[in-house]
Design a binder for this molecule. Sequence first.
Ligand SMILES: *[C@@H]1O[C@H](CO)[C@@H](O)[C@H](O)[C@H]1NC(C)=O
Ligand SMILES: *[C@@H]1O[C@H](CO)[C@@H](O)[C@H](O)[C@H]1NC(C)=O
Ligand SMILES: *[C@@H]1O[C@H](CO)[C@@H](O)[C@H](O)[C@H]1NC(C)=O
Ligand SMILES: *[C@@H]1O[C@H](CO)[C@@H](O)[C@H](O)[C@H]1NC(C)=O
Ligand SMILES: *[C@@H]1O[C@H](CO)[C@@H](O)[C@H](O)[C@H]1NC(C)=O
Ligand SMILES: *[C@@H]1O[C@H](CO)[C@@H](O)[C@H](O)[C@H]1NC(C)=O
Ligand SMILES: *[C@@H]1O[C@H](CO)[C@@H](O)[C@H](O)[C@H]1NC(C)=O
Ligand SMILES: *[C@@H]1O[C@H](CO)[C@@H](O)[C@H](O)[C@H]1NC(C)=O
Ligand SMILES: *[C@@H]1O[C@H](CO)[C@@H](O)[C@H](O)[C@H]1NC(C)=O
Ligand SMILES: *[C@@H]1O[C@H](CO)[C@@H](O)[C@H](O)[C@H]1NC(C)=O
Ligand SMILES: *[C@@H]1O[C@H](CO)[C@@H](O)[C@H](O)[C@H]1NC(C)=O
Ligand SMILES: *[C@@H]1O[C@H](CO)[C@@H](O)[C@H](O)[C@H]1NC(C)=O
Length: 454
Amino acid sequence: MKTVAATLLAAASLARAQVATVSEPSISEIRQAAATTLPESPSSDVKGVAFNRFYQVWLENTDYEDVAADPNMQWLASQGILLTNYYAVTHPSEPNYCAAAGGDTFGMDNDNFNQIPANVSTVADLLDTKSISWGEYQEHMPFPGFQGFNYSNQETFDNDYVRKHNPLVLYDSVVQNETRARQIKNFTDFENDLSDKKLPQWAFITPNMTNDVHDTNITFGGKWERSWMSSLLTNDYFMNDSLILLTFDEDDTYNKTNRVYSILVGGAIPDNLKGTTDDTFYTHYSSIASVSANWGLPSLGRRSQWDCGANIFEIVANKTGYVNFDVEITNLRLNETYPGPESAGELSKFSPTWPVPLTDAKCSAGNGILDIVKKTYAGQAATYNYSSPYPWDTKADYNTKVTVTRKNASNSTNTTTSSSSASSPATGGAAAAITAPGFTVMTGALVAMFAYLL
Ligand SMILES: *[C@@H]1O[C@H](CO)[C@@H](O)[C@H](O)[C@H]1NC(C)=O
Ligand SMILES: *[C@@H]1O[C@H](CO)[C@@H](O)[C@H](O)[C@H]1NC(C)=O
Ligand SMILES: *[C@@H]1O[C@H](CO)[C@@H](O)[C@H](O)[C@H]1NC(C)=O
Ligand SMILES: *[C@@H]1O[C@H](CO)[C@@H](O)[C@H](O)[C@H]1NC(C)=O
Ligand SMILES: *[C@@H]1O[C@H](CO)[C@@H](O)[C@H](O)[C@H]1NC(C)=O
Ligand SMILES: *[C@@H]1O[C@H](CO)[C@@H](O)[C@H](O)[C@H]1NC(C)=O
Ligand SMILES: *[C@@H]1O[C@H](CO)[C@@H](O)[C@H](O)[C@H]1NC(C)=O
Ligand SMILES: *[C@@H]1O[C@H](CO)[C@@H](O)[C@H](O)[C@H]1NC(C)=O
Ligand SMILES: *[C@@H]1O[C@H](CO)[C@@H](O)[C@H](O)[C@H]1NC(C)=O
Ligand SMILES: *[C@@H]1O[C@H](CO)[C@@H](O)[C@H](O)[C@H]1NC(C)=O
Ligand SMILES: *[C@@H]1O[C@H](CO)[C@@H](O)[C@H](O)[C@H]1NC(C)=O
Ligand SMILES: *[C@@H]1O[C@H](CO)[C@@H](O)[C@H](O)[C@H]1NC(C)=O
């Protein structure tokens, strides 16, 4: 185990921030903390344009085709919209979970005890701008805000709860605040919040290592997910204007495209769209971008992170008028990541610099950048390039040959734009080139120039 100065804290100190010093607390420390740490269950009712609650449930490590062949997953798809062109962002597990909360992998290419410094914001900060309640449900986490590396089945010592599948716990900006930390809870708390009608409006849900396919297979995981979701899909409170994303952290074959079988279900899905498919290009970054667009929230602005330029679920994009991009995937590599401070040199290179996010883009959600991000990084140039619907980086020559087209291109007059005609991002002419209805093909570099204008 890595020696990391992370933190667990004894529960007695409910009033002060949890500052733990070990990644593996002793079982007696865990029991003591479990006896006194109370869950925090904020609730709110802020209306969004397409849904009022957003939940996501992630299973593990399965290739698209293998999931598509599973009858229980097929049944779940029949209850909502199957997203046939949705991608994880890298390998292995942890950077994908990390990306879902903070919009970046920070070069993470491992499942280590990684911690993201407190000056990095997450989706929790975006939601807090409008007091939209949020939380997490992590099966068999021993107590709210537990920060240990794992909590195994205490009889068999099989894998049960693991930190690497817990997005928000990786971020110091969340766990250094003890109230926020206690919004990270377990499935017992989920059942309580459900029956008390106190579910938050945003939640990330992680089944344990048995149920999420990690230590089993898709036959097992499909049965689990169908049975867990079935009762919820008939629960009027749960279904009330809710959107639930069922997806996978990554595919299982590293030299494939990392396409993952993903389904949208919930009360926010109109009946006429149940059992349909949506072939729009999405990634794990699309969930933050869609949440921001839905509730009129700002973006995190991490260029490397892509919540800024990510495609938005059609169910939201149709309401806000945002036009997504088609991404030509032939040259797209989402099975590796770019250099960053969380790299262990496995699938990317180590770079000590914490990437500086964008501070002045409009982003796909259309509401600019979070204030605290603008303040923290004022006057600093974004470390990498600007945003686009997929991650790319010219310095690392990562995904520089991918092209994108505005999705409605086929209906309009065909005006081809090349980088030479796009000129400077600041000119109105460039803006017109991308926003004009037309057949617009761009590479990431060109899309990036339009980050200000998106
Ligand atoms: C879940 O957390 C609660 C406290 O919120 C704790 O009482 C309970 O024992 C935990 N359940 C499991 C199964 O770990
Ligand atoms: C974490 O996992 C290790 C290795 O499987 C195990 O020995 C240890 O008991 C687990 N820790 C807890 C708190 O369950
Ligand atoms: C995972 O949770 C299920 C209940 O949902 C339980 O039956 C199973 O034993 C747990 N796995 C482990 C390794 O404890
Ligand atoms: C901690 O988080 C809570 C809940 O989000 C918030 O009300 C409080 O202001 C935060 N405290 C600090 C010191 O940031
Ligand atoms: C999953 O494992 C079970 C039990 O070992 C087996 O019966 C089933 O065929 C497996 N499913 C797949 C898709 O391999
Ligand atoms: C659905 O939510 C609205 C408020 O957003 C509430 O007025 C209504 O009673 C809820 N319906 C159900 C069935 O919970
Ligand atoms: C990523 O996929 C490409 C194309 O299949 C392959 O050449 C490359 O080796 C893969 N990278 C990893 C780390 O598997
Ligand atoms: C992926 O790797 C496997 C095993 O090395 C190989 O059999 C397969 O052809 C590769 N597929 C691609 C798309 O490169
Ligand atoms: C979005 O609008 C398109 C075009 O009208 C339509 O085909 C599609 O079904 C809509 N999707 C959703 C999720 O509303
Ligand atoms: C954010 O924190 C990291 C790690 O402590 C530090 O290297 C970086 O300089 C900080 N950035 C800013 C803008 O304060
Ligand atoms: C594109 O085609 C769809 C379906 O025919 C239509 O609803 C939409 O208005 C068209 N958009 C444009 C920009 O022509
Ligand atoms: C645009 O180009 C496509 C493919 O090149 C062609 O099929 C389509 O008919 C063109 N549309 C118009 C309006 O010219």
